[in-house]
Design a protein around this ligand. Structure first.
Ligand code: MTE
Length: 324
């Protein structure tokens, strides 16, 4: 995260965020989906209905219909073009540059399980098809990276509190830790700094009150389809009032614990990447200001509009009460 790519300034187009995808009829999809599950197939939907070809950043994705939740729309900024979002990523397991979408195709996402464990009454392991059976919705969120660039992204998924309701954290549970997929053979990490010195696997965490907040979201899709691998397929965290690094990708484990967990970036540089890391224009990163951000695109990573950064990334009405 140390290097910032600074493209040329550009005018903000006047169009506002609108869906770029035509969704399938939700009921039809669920019926077909249930049929597959009853037939005992291990989610044949995933990985077999590619909407794009090999060599394409959108390879392997499958339509995932979900109604947009009107509470979570963005009207002051345009939706980022999906190909821009899919080719400008941070996924250090595959390298430290922004263009790792091709390397990320090595991630094995099928089958996939997420273990939910620790201080809970009902520990559970979810298969991917369990997760896709939750009531999915689309939410358009502002997305602000700690590196001072931002996008506007339509995620598909479900609120984190849905999982909490199922596993029931005990009264001792104060924090949650998310662990991302890691396998040295598959996720070699960056060549610099040398990967063997980095605190793998990638982990992140929240207070459980933060996890229970309405905004805290698990995404299983984006732009009307399943997540491309580079976005953290098949399931990742999305926390729009925090800097983007808090949103762990490709989650394999969710643990409820009684103390604040060590996390990847905080372990590497605690003074630069705080555990809480709420978007705050008044608190500069030690090496750069957070007062403004480069809103990328909407149609190219090489264009941007500079806009003021909003406290809590504009989500204060939902979360400010957590921090009084
Ligand atoms: N999760 C994992 N496992 N590995 C990572 O390197 N990068 C984080 C976050 N989640 C990261 C991660 C950072 S720094 C950002 S800004 C976002 O993912 C980027 O998400 P995107 O590539 O989908 O835009």
């Amino acid at each position: 995260m140390a290097f910032i790519h600074v493209p040329k300034p550009w005018q903000l187009p006047e169009r506002v965020a609108t869906s770029e995808t035509a969704f399938l009829n939700r009921r039809k999809f669920l019926k077909a989906f249930t049929g597959f599950s009853i037939a005992g197939a291990a989610l044949p939907l995933l990985g077999c209905q590619s909407q794009a070809t090999e060599g394409d950043p959108l390879q392997g994705v499958v339509s995932l219909p979900a109604d947009r939740n009107p509470t979570f729309v963005v009207s002051d900024r345009p939706l980022t073009n999906e190909r821009v979002a899919a080719t400008y990523n941070n996924f250090y397991e595959f390298g430290s540059n922004k263009h790792i979408w091709d390397e990320a195709q090595r991630l094995p996402t099928h089958p996939w399980q997420v273990e939910v464990t620790g201080l809970v009454k009902n520990p559970r392991t979810y298969d991917l098809d369990d997760l896709l059976k939750f009531d999915l919705e689309e939410r358009v969120y502002r997305f602000r990276c700690v590196e001072a660039w931002s996008m506007v992204v339509p995620w598909i998924g479900f609120p984190m509190k849905v999982i909490m309701q199922q596993v029931e954290p005990t009264s001792q549970a104060k924090f949650v830790r998310f662990t991302s997929f890691y396998d040295r053979q598959i996720t070699p990490g960056p060549s610099f700094p040398p990967s063997q010195f980095l605190p793998w696997p990638y982990t992140e965490g929240l207070r459980i009150e933060e996890m229970a907040n309405d905004l805290a979201f698990f995404a299983v899709g984006i732009y009307g389809h399943t997540l491309p691998k580079q976005h953290g397929a098949p399931i990742r965290a999305v926390l729009p009032w925090k800097y983007g690094f808090k949103g762990a990708k490709s989650i394999v484990k969710i643990e409820f614990i009684d103390r604040q967990p060590a996390t990847y970036w905080n372990t590497l540089a605690a003074n630069e990447y705080k555990f809480e890391s709420n978007v705050d224009p008044t608190v500069p990163h030690p090496r750069w200001s957070q007062a403004r951000e480069r809103l990328i695109g909407p149609d190219s990573e090489f264009t941007f509009t500079e806009v003021p950064t909003l406290p809590y990334n504009g989500y204060g009405e939902f979360v400010a009460n957590l921090y009084t």
